[in-house]
Design a protein around this ligand. Structure first.
Ligand code: HEM
Length: 538
C-alpha cells in the first residue's frame, strides 16, 4: 500500500481501472439495468403525454442537461497529451533532492496540457495570444506541476493585478466583442497605463505569440523557483522547455486564414503527430543561480517581468520529455485535469515572487468553482500514482472509502488515521527562509525598471522579426479607437527604442510623444534589496 515506485506506464495502468469499452455491450442505465429502446419515451398512449415514471428518459436527459462544467476562467481552450520524462543523468543531485529529476533510470509519467489564454473553449487556435504549457509529473514522491507558458515573462508583477489584466483582455463586458483577440481598446488602455507590461508586450507582438505548432514552441516556468538539496541548501532555478523540433511560428496572414479555415489547427497538429508516432519531445533545461547571487543582477529575480539573460546564466539541459499517447477522452482527461503551481515535491519550492504567491491561492480556488467539490483530486487524471492517505475523507463526490474509526490527529486509538512521515521517508519540508519587514501594500523598488529588458528583446530581433513586430503593432493598435491610448503605447515604445516608436507611430496616425513618462499606479518602496540591486547596476 505504501509502494512509491513509478515507471513510465504507472499512470496508464492506473487509468486502466477507470476505462470502459462500450462496444458490443448492451446499453444500460447508470444502475446497470439493460435498455432495449432508447428512441421512444414512455407515453400514455402513442399520441399521449410522456410519463414521469420513465426512468431511462429522465436519467438520459438529466445527464445530458448536466454535461457541461464551467470552463476555465483563463486557458479555457486546450489540448492534452500523455508521455514520460527522463533525466539525462544525476547532475542536478547537488542542487535538488527531487528524485524524478536526478535518477537517470526513472521514467516519470506526465500529462501535458497546451492552451490559449483568452479565448473560450470553442475559440480559434491560431490567434495572437500566450500559450499555456502545463505539465503534471506523476512522480514517486507525489505529483509535481510545472504550470508554465510559452513566453518567459508575464504582463504584471503582482498577482493583485491579475483580475484587472484578464478583465481588460477578455471580450467587452457589455457586448462580449471581440472574441479571442487582444485588439480592442480595453486591453491597450490597461497596458498603456501599466509600464510593467512593456516587456511582455514586445513578446506578444512578436511571432512567439502565433506558434506554428504546440510541438514547436518553448515552455517556461516564468517565475524563479527554488531547488533544495539533501543538505537543505537552496538554489534559485528557472525552468525552460526546449522543443526538439525547434521554435517555429506562423506568419500573421497564415494565422488569420487558418483561424477561419481550420480553427483546430494546433489541436489537430498535436493529435495527428502523436497518432502517427511522430512523438513531440521537449528538453528540460534549467538556469541555476546560487542564493549568494540573489542581488548580483540589475533586475530582481523575484520579478516575473524579467528573464535571466542566457549570456549571464546559460541553460543547462537536464532531461527529455516525450509525448507519446493521446487522451482516450477529452472531457475526462484534458478538461478535468487540474494543475496548480503549489503542487510541489521535496526538492522544489517556491520563492517570494508576488505573482507566484498569488497563483498559489488562485488555482485551487478556481478549481473548487470548476468542480464544485474539493474531491476533484480523486478524479482519475488528477490522482497521484502513489498512495494517498489522509483524514480528508468527506465532501461532495468522495469515492475513496477510508476504513477505520479514527480520522483525526493526534490519536492514541490507531485504526484509521495515517501517521507522520519523517523527512528521511520523503516528508515535504518547506524551505527555511528568513523573512523580515513591515506589513506594507507595496512592491520592491527593485521591480521598477520596466524598459531595459524590452530594449534587450527588440535589439535581439532580426530585421524580419522587427518588421513583424511593427506590423503586429499596426494591426493591433490600428483597431484602438482612442487616440490617447495609441499615443501612450507609442510613448512606451519610445522608451524601448526610438526606431520602434517612430515606425509604429507612422502606421497608426499619432506622433511620438516627447519626453514621455507614465507613472505606474503601483506603489514601489525602496528597501535593502532594491539598494543592493541598484548598486550592482552602477
Ligand atoms: C490557468 C490564474 C499567472 C499559466 C489558470 C487558471 C487560473 C489562473 C484561475 C485556471 C485554472 C483552472 O481552471 O484549472 C492565474 C493567476 C496568475 C496566473 C491568478 C497570476 C497572478 C500565470 C502565469 C503562468 C500561468 C505567470 C505561466 C507561468 C497558466 C496555465 C494555465 C493557467 C498554463 C492552464 C492550466 C491548464 O492547462 O489547465 N491560471 N494565472 N498563469 N495558468 Fe495561470
Amino acid at each position: 500500500n505504501n509502494a512509491r515506485s513509478v515507471d513510465e506506464n504507472s499512470k496508464n495502468r492506473q487509468l486502466d481501472e477507470f476505462r470502459r469499452d462500450n462496444s458490443e455491450q448492451y446499453l444500460t442505465t447508470e444502475q446497470g439495468v439493460r435498455i432495449g429502446n432508447t428512441d421512444d419515451s414512455l407515453k400514455a398512449g402513442s399520441r399521449g403525454p410522456t410519463l414521469l415514471e420513465d426512468f431511462h428518459f429522465r436519467e438520459k436527459m438529466t445527464h445530458f442537461d448536466h454535461e457541461s462544467m464551467p470552463e476555465r476562467v483563463v486557458h479555457a481552450r486546450g489540448s492534452g497529451a500523455h508521455g514520460y520524462f527522463q533525466p539525462y543523468d544525476d547532475s542536478l543531485k547537488q542542487f535538488t533532492k527531487a528524485k524524478f529529476l536526478t535518477n537517470p533510470d526513472s521514467k516519470t509519467p506526465v500529462f501535458v496540457r497546451f492552451s490559449t489564454v483568452v479565448g473560450s473553449r470553442g475559440s480559434s487556435d491560431t490567434v495572437r495570444d500566450v500559450r499555456g504549457f502545463a505539465t503534471k509529473f506523476y512522480t514517486e514522491e507525489g505529483t509535481y506541476d510545472l504550470v508554465g507558458n510559452n513566453i518567459p515573462v508575464f504582463f504584471i508583477q503582482d498577482s493583485n493585478k491579475f483580475p484587472d489584466l484578464v478583465h481588460a483582455i477578455k471580450p467587452m463586458p457589455d457586448s462580449e466583442i471581440p472574441q479571442a483577440t487582444a485588439a480592442h481598446d480595453t486591453f491597450w488602455d490597461f497596458a498603456s497605463l501599466m509600464p510593467e507590461t512593456t516587456h511582455m508586450i514586445m513578446w506578444i507582438l512578436s511571432d512567439r505569440a502565433i506558434p506554428r505548432s504546440f510541438r514547436m514552441m518553448d515552455g517556461f516556468g516564468v517565475h524563479t523557483f527554488r531547488f533544495v538539496n539533501e543538505a537543505g541548501k537552496g538554489t534559485f532555478v528557472k525552468f525552460h522547455w526546449k522543443p526538439k523540433l525547434g521554435v517555429h511560428s506562423l506568419v500573421w496572414d497564415e494565422s488569420q486564414k487558418l483561424g477561419g479555415k481550420d480553427p483546430d489547427w494546433l489541436r489537430r497538429d498535436l493529435w495527428e503527430a502523436i497518432e502517427q508516432g511522430d512523438y513531440p519531445q521537449f528538453e528540460l533545461c534549467v538556469q541555476l543561480v546560487p542564493e549568494e547571487d540573489e542581488f548580483k543582477y540589475d533586475f530582481d529575480l523575484l520579478d516575473a517581468t524579467k528573464i535571466i539573460p542566457e549570456e549571464l546564466v546559460p541553460l543547462q539541459p537536464v532531461g527529455l520529455m516525450t509525448l507519446n499517447r493521446n487522451p482516450d477522452n477529452f472531457f475526462a482527461e484534458t478538461e478535468q485535469v487540474a494543475f496548480h503551481p503549489g503542487n510541489l515535491v521535496p526538492g522544489i519550492d517556491v520563492t517570494n515572487d508576488p505573482l507566484l504567491q498569488g497563483r498559489l491561492f488562485s488555482y485551487v480556488d478556481t478549481q473548487l468553482n470548476r468542480f464544485g467539490s474539493a474531491n476533484f483530486t480523486e478524479l482519475p487524471i488528477n490522482r497521484p500514482v502513489v498512495p494517498v492517505n489522509n483524514n480528508q475523507g468527506a465532501g461532495f463526490m468522495r469515492y475513496t472509502i477510508d476504513k477505520g474509526k479514527v480520522n483525526y490527529w493526534p490519536n492514541s486509538l490507531g485504526g484509521g488515521s495515517p501517521k507522520m512521515a519523517p523527512e528521511s521517508e520523503g516528508a515535504y519540508v518547506h524551505y527555511t527562509e528568513k523573512v523580515e519587514g513591515y506589513k506594507i501594500r507595496a512592491r520592491s523598488a527593485s521591480f521598477k525598471d520596466h524598459y531595459s529588458q524590452a530594449t534587450l528583446f527588440w535589439n535581439s530581433m532580426t530585421e524580419v522579426e522587427k518588421d513583424h513586430i511593427v506590423s503586429a503593432a499596426h494591426f493591433e493598435l490600428g483597431k484602438v479607437e482612442t487616440k490617447e491610448i495609441r499615443e501612450r503605447m507609442v510613448g512606451h515604445f519610445s522608451k524601448v527604442s526610438m526606431e520602434l516608436a517612430r515606425r509604429v507611430a507612422a502606421g497608426i496616425g499619432v506622433q511620438v510623444p516627447e519626453n514621455f513618462e507614465q507613472e505606474s499606479t503601483a506603489h514601489y518602496e525602496e528597501n535593502a534589496a532594491s539598494k543592493a540591486i541598484s548598486k550592482g547596476k552602477s
